[in-house]
Design a binder for this molecule. Structure first.
Ligand code: FAD
Length: 451
C-alpha cells in the first residue's frame, strides 16, 4: 500500500471542529491536513451563536475572512419570552456589557460564513475534498487512514472531527447509544426584508411554551433571520441536517402562539426538519494517536448553543497540547482529553437539563421557573461558559505540572542538603549539582511549554 502524503496531523472532517483544528494547528506551527467527504464545504447548516468563549479563540486566528465581516454582534441574548403574548421573562444585555465582562462580544453567524472564517485561516492547499475516510490503523510509528477513494494517508496524529455519526469514534471507544430526546428540530432562514421588524433586532429571542420552543436571531451581517424551533418528534423522524420539512407543518406546531411568530413562520421558505438525538458522554476521546473532537466526541443538544463553541475550544486546546509536546503525541493527546472531557461533558449535561425547563405547561412549575428567571442576574448566569479560555486552561495545566516537577526537582536538592553530613563531599556535590541541573532544565522546558 503506497502512502502518498505525510501529514503530521490528519484531520478527518471539514466541519467547524475539523477546520478549527487545522487552523489552530497551523497557527501553532504544526503541519495539518483536512480530509472532508463532501465535494464542497459548507453545503448544509443555518445560524449559530458564537459566544465569547468561542469568539475570543476565533479572533486569535489569522483569518482573511473575519467574524466582523460576516457576523452580527448581539445586543441581547437569551431573551426568553412567554409563548402567548411575548412577555419578556429574562434577557442578557450583551453589547458593551458583554465586551467589558468577557473581553469579547457574543456574535451570530451563518454556519457557511463561519466555515469561511476558518477556511481562510487554513488555506485551500491544506484541505482535500471528496475524501470519505473508511478507517484508521495505528502502529508504533504513526497512524494510517484509508479512504473510499484515493490513496491512504500516513500521519503522526489523527483527529476524528467527523461529526455526530463519526466513523473514527469506533476506533477510540465504544459508541455511546443515542438517547431519544423526543424532540424534532426545525430550521429556516428568512430574508431580512420579509421578516417582521422584531425579528431583525440583533437579539437572540427564545419563545417558550408547552413542549415547544422557537429561537430566532439575525445572521449573515443582518441579511437573514435564522429560525430554529423544537416540537415533539414523530415516529420515523431522521437525524440529518439536510432532511426537509414543510412550512405549513411548522406553522401548525406554533398555531395559537403570539401572532408575531405566525408572521415570522409565514415568511419561512425552505424548512429543514429532523429528529434530535442525544448521546451520553463518551468514556474516552483518545486512543493512542487518534483523538476525537467536536460532535464526534461530545454531540450535545443545542440548548446552550455551544456545540460549535465547544468544538472550537477543543481545537484550540488540542493545538496547544500538541505544540507543547511535539515529540510525544500520546502524552499530548492524553492531556487534551484530561482537560477537555470534563468541560465539554458539563456543557453536554447542562444542555440536556434544559429540555424540561424550556417546555413546561402553564401552571405552578412554569410560574416558579419564570419567578426564578426574574430573580437572576442574567449575565453572570453564563459566566462559567463565557469566561473560559481554552488556551489559558492548557497553559494553567502545564504550569501546574511544571510547578510539581520543579518541587520534585527542588526536593531532591533539599534531600541532598540534609544528608550532606552523612556522605562524602564529592557525592553530595554531585547529587546537589544534578538536582539544581534538573530544576534548571525543568524550569526552561516549562517556560517553553507554558509560554
Ligand atoms: C438545531 C441546532 C442548532 C445549533 N445551534 C448552535 C449554536 O447556536 N451554537 C453552537 O455553537 N452550536 C450549535 N449547534 C451545534 C453545532 O452545529 C455542532 O456542534 C457543530 O456543527 C459540530 O461541528 P463538528 O465539526 O464537530 O461536526 P460537523 O459540523 O457535523 O462536521 C463534521 C464533518 O465531517 C465530515 N465527515 C463525516 N464523516 C466523514 C468521513 N467518514 N470522512 C470524511 N469526512 C467526514 C462531514 O461531512 C462534516 O463536514 C447546533 C446544532 C443544532 C442541531
Amino acid at each position: 500500500m503506497g502512502h502518498d502524503r505525510k501529514a503530521s496531523v490528519a484531520v478527518v472532517g471539514g466541519g467547524i471542529g475539523g477546520l478549527a483544528a487545522a487552523a489552530f494547528l497551523h497557527r501553532a506551527g504544526l503541519d495539518a491536513m483536512v480530509y472532508e467527504q463532501t465535494p464542497r464545504l459548507g453545503d448544509v447548516g443555518a445560524g449559530l451563536i458564537v459566544a465569547p468563549n468561542a469568539a475570543r479563540l476565533l479572533r486569535r486566528l489569522p483569518s482573511a475572512v473575519t467574524l466582523e465581516r460576516v457576523g452580527v454582534v448581539l445586543e441581547a441574548g437569551w431573551e426568553f419570552r412567554r409563548w402567548a403574548d411575548g412577555t419578556v421573562l429574562f434577557a442578557q444585555q450583551l453589547g458593551e456589557d458583554c465586551a467589558r465582562r468577557y473581553g469579547e462580544h457574543t456574535w451570530t453567524a451563518h454556519r457557511a460564513d463561519l466555515l469561511e472564517v476558518l477556511r481562510s485561516a487554513v488555506g485551500d492547499e491544506a484541505i482535500e475534498l471528496g475524501r470519505r475516510c473508511t478507517g484508521v490503523t495505528q502502529d508504533h510509528g504513526g497512524a494510517t487512514l484509508t479512504f473510499a477513494a484515493g490513496e491512504p494517508v500516513r500521519a503522526d496524529v489523527v483527529v476524528g472531527a467527523d461529526g455526530i455519526h463519526s466513523v473514527l469514534r469506533g476506533q477510540v471507544t465504544t459508541a455511546s447509544v443515542p438517547r431519544e430526546s423526543g424532540l424534532c428540530a426545525w430550521r429556516s432562514l428568512v430574508p431580512a426584508g420579509a421578516a417582521p421588524a422584531f425579528a431583525r433586532r440583533p437579539v437572540q429571542v427564545l419563545w417558550l411554551g408547552h413542549r415547544h420552543h422557537l429561537v430566532h436571531y439575525p445572521v449573515s451581517a443582518g441579511r437573514l433571520v435564522n429560525i430554529v424551533a423544537f416540537s415533539p418528534a414523530r415516529p420515523g423522524e431522521v437525524e440529518s441536517w439536510s432532511a426537509a420539512g414543510r412550512q405549513e407543518d411548522l406553522a401548525a406546531e406554533f398555531a395559537g402562539w403570539d401572532p408575531r411568530l405566525g408572521q415570522l413562520i409565514a415568511a419561512a421558505g425552505r424548512v429543514g426538519r429532523w429528529s434530535v438525538l442525544d448521546r451520553a458522554p463518551l468514556p474516552r476521546w483518545v486512543n493512542g494517536r487518534v483523538a476525537l473532537l467536536g460532535d464526534a466526541a461530545h454531540p450535545m443538544l443545542p440548548f446552550f448553543a455551544q456545540g460549535a463553541g465547544q468544538a472550537v475550544e477543543d481545537a484550540a486546546a488540542l493545538a496547544a497540547c500538541l505544540s507543547a509536546e511535539p515529540g510525544d503525541p500520546g502524552r499530548a493527546l492524553a492531556r487534551y482529553e484530561r482537560i477537555r472531557a470534563p468541560r465539554a461533558t458539563r456543557v453536554q449535561e447542562a444542555s440536556r437539563g434544559r429540555i424540561a425547563h424550556h417546555h413546561l405547561a402553564d401552571g405552578p412549575e412554569q410560574r416558579a421557573r419564570d419567578a426564578a428567571f426574574a430573580a437572576e442576574d442574567p449575565l453572570s448566569h453564563n459566566d462559567w461558559i463565557y469566561a473560559y479560555d481554552a488556551e489559558q486552561a492548557v497553559r494553567t495545566e502545564l504550569s501546574l505540572l511544571c510547578s510539581e516537577a520543579l518541587i520534585a526537582a527542588g526536593g531532591q536538592v533539599r534531600l541532598v542538603g540534609h544528608s550532606r553530613t552523612a556522605h562524602s563531599t564529592r557525592t553530595n556535590h554531585d547529587h546537589g549539582e544534578s538536582g539544581f541541573g534538573r530544576a534548571r532544565q525543568v524550569r526552561s522546558t516549562c517556560r517553553m511549554r507554558a509560554g
